[in-house]
Write a protein that binds this ligand. Structure first.
Ligand code: FAD
Length: 263
């Protein structure tokens, strides 16, 4: 497989940096081809702003969505954005690797998403009409590719448990899993999460690396999270609420994941 690792940590000798290097070695040893977008090393421009649309007529108001659309369609996006889109098209699997900062991804990675998932590439794909809300949530430019988060967190596993004070980790990561990765079409694998990073020593690091290695070994075969596709009948059009007979009475993030039929 072709694997793209998008890595967001400012310190190469950090836990994240070391795990990223481990992942590259493990994947290459297994015969995969790996590219790494090391956002800090690349000095990635974080903010989506008017500098991303240099071809706008002078004096016009900057419109982040429409200017992104025009630049994407005209082929005059900034080179850094176009290069990352090419890497995504090249990849069979994409790993986003980052420390959990304020319950989400570091700003530099969010900025990568905002700039690279351009209008026409990450969103605004397919027919948009009264009868259809485009190709998204299970369909889109990145359909057929797999994505997985590798996340480190200072909090304990129990803090992110079903009744933990931080909220369940599946809920914390839902906006990334569903809103960022499933939206443009990825099959999203269960995340690899390292909790309680402040309690790391060489023995635990070995165990964590081996557990990550096993997830990388099964990157092509691990079943994805069973999010409900937008355009397969589970949602009312145009409200995009779940049909009354789908997960009746269930609300919140979990309602958008199919539960296996009880046999
Ligand atoms: P590092 O600090 O580099 O390392 C962590 C530990 O692992 C250290 O003890 C280090 O010595 C050890 N280590 C590193 N490499 C090795 C190795 N090769 N072998 C053995 N030991 C090793 N946490 C939450 O749970 N929720 C949040 O919302 C949250 N928000 C945060 C916001 C900010 C701005 C910051 C700075 C931290 C936040 N944290 C939060 C904590 C954060 O998630 C952790 O600090 C982070 O995940 C640790 O990853 P790191 O790569 O920076 O680890």
């Amino acid at each position: 497989m072709n694997v793209l690792i998008v890595h967001a940590h400012p310190e190469p000798r950090s836990l994240n940096g070391t795990l990223k290097d481990f992942a590259v070695r493990r994947l290459e040893t297994a015969g995969h081809t790996v590219q790494v977008s090391d956002l800090h090393a690349m000095q990635w421009k974080t903010t989506l702003d008017a500098d991303d649309s240099p071809h706008r007529p002078p004096g016009t108001r900057f419109d982040p969505a429409l200017d992104s659309k025009q630049a994407f369609e005209a082929g005059n996006q900034p080179d850094d954005i176009a290069r990352e889109q090419q890497k995504l098209l090249w990849a069979d699997a994409v790993i986003l690797q980052f420390p959990l900062w304020w319950f989400s991804m570091p700003a530099i990675l969010k900025g990568w998403v905002e700039r690279v998932f351009a209008y026409g590439f990450g969103y605004g794909v397919g027919e948009h009409s009264d009868a259809r809300w485009g190709d998204r949530y299970g369909e889109g430019t990145l359909t057929g590719k797999r994505a997985m988060l590798v996340v480190t967190a200072g909090g304990w596993e129990s803090h992110y448990g079903p009744r933990g004070i931080n909220g369940p980790m599946d809920d914390v990561l839902f906006p990334i899993h569903h809103g960022i990765l499933y939206y443009p079409g990825f099959d999203v694998l269960p995340p690899f999460v390292v909790h309680r990073t402040g309690k790391m020593d060489s023995a635990r690091f070995e165990a964590v690396s081996e557990a990550l290695g096993q997830r990388l070994d099964t990157l092509a075969t691990t079943p994805p999270i069973a999010f409900r596709p937008q355009n397969a009948g589970a949602y009312e059009i145009p409200a995009l609420t779940l049909r009354a007979d789908v997960a009746p009475g269930q609300v919140g993030f979990a309602a958008h994941v199919e539960t296996p039929a009880v046999t």
